[in-house]
Design a protein around this ligand. Sequence first.
Ligand SMILES: [Ca+2]
Length: 201
Amino acid sequence: MVTSTCSLQVVAWADSVALVETCRTPRPSSAPSGMAFYLRGGTNVAVHQDSTDVPGAVEAGDRMGESLTAVNTDPRAVSTAATMRLAVGVPGEALGTADNAGAVHTFSLVAAAGANDRWIEAGDGDGIPGAPGANQYLGRNMYYTGTHLYVGTPYGPGLGALYALPMSNTVVGGGVAPVTAYKPGTGGLPDVGVRFGAQAR
Ligand SMILES: [Ca+2]
C-alpha cells in the first residue's frame, strides 16, 4: 500500500537542472488519477491523461505518477527531445477487463509531452510480453539508464520478471529492438522467489 502522494527526482544536464515531481493529485473531474509535474526551461509543466495527444483518459484509480524515472542520455551535449527522457508509471490503469493492469508513459523533458510520448503495456509490441492482467501494476517498478528502460513485473505473471527495453523501444516512432528478459528459471536464475523485478537500479 503506497501512502505517499508525491515522489521527487532531480535530473541535471549541461546547463540546467530539471526537478521532476509526480503526485497523485485529484483532478477536478474525478477521484485521484494522478499527474506529473516538471520544470522545462523554468516553466512548470503538468501532464496528465487528458493533456493534448497523451494517450488514455483520466480515470479514478489510474495512479499516474506513483512512480517515475528520468535520465539524460548524453549529459555533455545540448539537451534534445531524444536525450532527456522521462517515464511515468500508471500502475492503476485498467486495460480491458483487467483492473490495475498498469502501463507506462514515456515523455521528453524538453519537448511537448503529447507529441513525444510512447505508451507501453504488456503485449502491445514494445517488448513486455503477455497480455495485461489484473493487479499486475505494470509501471510501478522501473528504471531508466542511458540505454535502456528497465521495467519490472513483480506482481506476475509467475514469480515476476525484469525486462530491459532498448531506448528505441521507449521513444515515439522508435524501432522495436530485442528485449532482454531476466526471469526466475531462465538464464541460470533459480526458479524460486517472490516478486522478482520489484527493484532495478
Ligand atoms: Ca486512465
